[in-house]
Design a protein around this ligand. Structure first.
Ligand code: NAD
Length: 489
């Protein structure tokens, strides 16, 4: 395999890894663990490229102690304005280290380097947004004071390593809590680097602690820890259930669960003949090789629309080459792990038995966990392809007879994360949205339009996709608790 061109400013792909990124970050310093090292495999090559220490329960204990002391002293006592200023200083450090974070994401989970940079560069905007919400938390017009909850434990997945951590950590810290974060075992280093940058920016020691490790060691210890005041989890529904049980084993604590999805996208009759929709339909289903909780992986088209969908998505795939994630021209990289690759192969086998499969592009002739985007036409509604989250590049395509059937098929899912409606008829779109148990619905009324970042609009997942409000004032207020102060006399 030829070496891909190296993107400007990205560290050399063979550059040695800063050793401290492979250990826990507790109380503003590296915490060397004696736990079993965990191997990291480069998804582009299938080869082991590094190891990191599993902090396990001892590191979780140390991190909870550090976070409690920081909550009682520095972080719990400073003003909202000072907290906002420190968070903005952190945002500035992240902006300076976008290349380093993107390099880590590409090596750890195969995120295409150009896409990784673009998304990470938006991280400072997220911090700025939540910092700007801090004054609103000080409103006492209902008589209650909003208090931070205390020490929050967060457990995150790997699919967008930096974004997963920031989306969780920023509202927690902005609301005045301290944090113990357990990142995915596939992507611990970007999380450790983010916490190091927070310390460099002046966040006091113990405010943002990271404990790398496996789910059944560090993750389970954090979920059950009686010193944690709230758990915020992002990951699969299966792990979410285990965390809910573990969290109640020694203490009661509030939970936020952002779990799996199998979201639909519905093309309405007035848009099925508009070619400008297909690049957007493709992006919404296959971005990040389909490893995206809110990916819209069930396409519903009006009766007779199947051919237009196949033709349109084939054409769109030409702009999304699958390739080495280190190459800046690559838009779809490999799957993140051998486990993810095996899971996708199992669903491909089911697709071959229960649907008509249309491959949309080819994969590179290389080792690594590559899987091309595929369509599965006419898969049965009650079968695994339609009902289960695959978390890979497969889009089911089904036809509906009328809007009522579209609503019924779209809503017939154990998940309730999101939906996209492609159609200019706003009344019909509103009727469909009202019929869906989905936390977030994008309505695309002009064929070439694309939804933007809607940080200010709160939503909550439903059904097996979890619970807990994300975004907007409600999204940051979720990490506070109202304390009533009743004056008499
Ligand atoms: P996962 O559930 O396997 O792991 C998520 C995290 O939980 C990891 O840090 C893992 O180590 C930890 N974990 C695993 N077992 C644990 C246990 N017993 N106790 C405590 N922690 C444990 O999920 P994943 O494979 O990392 O990520 C993919 C899943 O995440 C998909 O289902 C996807 O839909 C979901 N996801 C959801 C959102 C959202 O906002 N709703 C966002 C991104 C990803």
């Amino acid at each position: 395999m030829n070496s891909p061109a190296i993107a400007r400013n990205i560290p050399d792909w063979d550059a040695p890894l800063p050793e401290a990124l492979g250990y826990a970050w507790i109380h503003g310093e590296t915490w060397m663990s004696g736990g079993e090292p965990i191997a990291s495999v480069n998804p582009a090559t299938g080869e082991v490229w590094g190891r990191f220490g599993d902090g396990g329960a001892p590191a979780v204990d140390a991190a909870v102690t550090a976070a409690r002391s920081a909550f009682r002293c520095d972080w719990g006592r400073i003003s909202g304005a000072d907290r906002a200023a420190l968070l903005l200083a952190w945002a500035a450090r992240i902006a300076e280290e976008v290349d380093q974070l993107a390099w880590l994401e590409t090596l750890e989970v195969g995120r295409p380097i150009a896409d990784a940079r673009t998304l990470i560069a938006q991280g400072p905007l997220l911090i700025g947004y939540y910092a700007s919400m801090i004054p609103a938390l000080e409103d006492r017009s209902d008589g209650a004071v909003r208090r931070a909850r205390g020490v929050v434990g967060a457990i995150t997945p790997w699919n967008f390593p930096t974004a997963n951590v920031l989306i969780r950590a920023v509202p927690i810290l902005a609301a005045g809590n301290t944090l113990v974060l357990k990142p995915s075992e596939l992507s611990p280093r970007s999380a450790v680097l983010l916490a190091q940058l927070a310390s460099e920016a002046g966040l006091p020691p113990g405010v943002f602690n990271v404990v790398p490790g496996a789910g059944h060691t560090a993750g389970a210890a954090l979920a059950a820890h009686p010193g944690i005041d709230m758990i915020a989890f992002t990951g699969s529904t299966r792990t979410g259930r285990a965390i809910i049980q573990a969290s109640a084993s020694q203490s009661l604590k509030p939970l936020m669960m952002e779990c799996g999805g199998k979201s639909p996208q519905l093309v309405l009759p007035d848009m099925i003949d508009q070619p400008a929709i297909w690049p957007g339909v493709f992006h919404t289903a296959f971005w990040n090789t389909g490893q995206w909780c809110a990916a819209r992986t069930r396409l519903l088209v009006p009766k007779g629309g199947l051919d237009a969908a196949v033709e349109g998505l084939r054409a769109a795939a030409a702009d999304w080459p699958v390739g080495d994630p280190r190459d800046p021209a690559t838009r779809l990289g490999p799957l993140a792990s051998g486990k993810q690759y095996d899971t996708v192969q199992d669903y491909r086998e089911i697709a071959r038995q229960t649907a008509r499969v249309v491959p949309l592009s080819a994969v590179p002739d290389a080792n690594g966990f590559y899987a091309a985007p595929e369509l599965a036409l006419g898969a049965p509604q009650d079968g695994a392809l339609v009902q289960q989250e695959i978390f890979g590049p497969m889009l089911t395509v089904q036809e509906y007879a009328d809007p009522d059937e579209a609503i019924r098929l779209a809503d017939d899912s154990p998940y309730g994360l999101g939906a996209t409606i492609w159609g200019a008829d706003r009344d019909l779109a509103e009727r469909i949205a009202a019929g869906l148990s989905a936390g977030s619905v994008d309505v695309i009324v002009a064929a070439a339009a694309r939804p933007g970042l809607a940080l200010g609009t709160p939503f909550e997942p439903r059904k097996q996709s979890g619970f807990g409000i994300e975004g907007g004032l409600a999204g940051i207020a979720a990490f506070t608790t109202p304390q009533a102060i009743n004056y008499a006399g």
